[in-house]
Design a protein around this ligand. Structure first.
Ligand SMILES: *Cc1c(COP(=O)(O)O)cnc(C)c1O
Length: 302
């Protein structure tokens, strides 16, 4: 359904901040696709198949004006040959940003709604179905049970053999897929990109609603968000720049950069036991630098 551009290889990270006896790996899900990057490819492909098999004409989804999900959905829908509509939280003026410009170039139609109507999804969906009949709805961030099923594909044999798996968390859909796939008792750590209070509970609810009972232990790291969703500081940016120079891998500023920055901190606190093999998932999201360029003039893609 969606093209795969390159295999998401696992590479070992060699850095002077890795604790003695610990091995750190990075699974390059970011390589899967240049536009439907990382976990968004995993979350979208089964949903696209389903939408098309149901005969849907339009894929309708939700997001903020800088959303990786909106960007990826526009590209994925175009590739799959289905129309896409993005319900965007906020003012129409946001259309001048690079995320929405890209999505528009892939044929996505936008519908802007104020924050209050955005929150009340039941009323909104009724209106939308009226305007776009025969549509397939994907929630914000693209997380539903099928998206979780798609994320099961992140865990190959190599990942399943790790002692610790680290993954960034927005809605927790990607984490849930990894939890579903881990075949034995290990440790899965979700690094929350949001300063959210109930994230652990929310993910438990998500797991229950998709009938999942993971066999592995898992927990959410709640202090890796660097001040909140989309917030950055100099130390984070310096770390991402250094990581790129040393490893030849660019991390994104919203999710994977914060996760890896926090893993470095955990290494300095000797969090990981000697002998453990830790695998972080590069979930992609590099288009997020476009928003950083616009807001702060920082773009490490260059
Ligand atoms: C969307 C996104 C996430 C969050 O995924 P969830 O399934 O919502 O937790 C993590 N990393 C990147 C790069 C993303 O774009």
């Amino acid at each position: 359904m969606l093209k795969i551009y390159a295999n998401p290889v696992i590479q070992e990270i060699h850095a002077n901040w890795i604790s003695d006896g610990v091995k750190l790996f990075l699974k390059r899900e970011d390589l899967l696709h240049p536009y439907v990057s990382g976990n968004k490819w995993r979350k979208l492909h089964l949903n696209l198949e389903k939408a098309i098999s149901l005969g849907a004409k339009t894929l309708v989804t939700f997001g903020g004006a800088f959303s990786n999900h909106i960007y990826a959905t526009a590209a994925a829908a175009e590739e799959a040959g289905i129309e896409s509509v993005g319900i965007i939280r906020g003012e129409e003026t946001a259309v001048s940003n690079p995320t929405l410009q890209f999505a528009a170039s892939r044929g996505m139609t936008f519908h802007f709604v104020d924050r209050k109507s955005y929150r009340d999804k039941t009323i909104l969906q009724k209106e939308l179905l009226h305007r776009w009949p025969h549509s397939y709805f994907l929630p914000e961030g693209g997380t539903n049970c099928l998206a979780i099923e798609g994320c099961v594909g992140i865990v190959n044999e190599e990942v399943a053999a790790m002692d610790v798996v680290a993954v960034p968390v927005g809605t927790g859909g990607t984490l849930a897929g990894i939890l579903k796939a881990m075949p034995r008792e290990t440790q899965v750590l979700g690094f929350s990109a949001l300063k959210a209070l109930f994230i652990q509970k929310d993910i438990e609810t998500l797991l229950t609603s998709c009938n999942l009972e993971p066999v592995t232990s898992w927990s959410i790291i709640t202090d890796a968000h660097v001040g909140g969703y989309g917030k950055i500081n100099t130390q984070l940016i310096d770390f991402i720049r250094e990581f790129k120079e040393e490893q030849g891998v660019l991390l994104d500023p919203i999710y994977t950069g914060k996760m890896m920055f926090h893993i470095k901190k955990m290494m300095s606190e000797k969090y990981f036991k000697p002998g453990s093999r830790v695998c972080a998932i590069h979930t992609g999201g590099l288009q997020g630098w476009g928003g950083m360029a616009l807001r702060f003039g920082i773009d490490l893609r260059e």
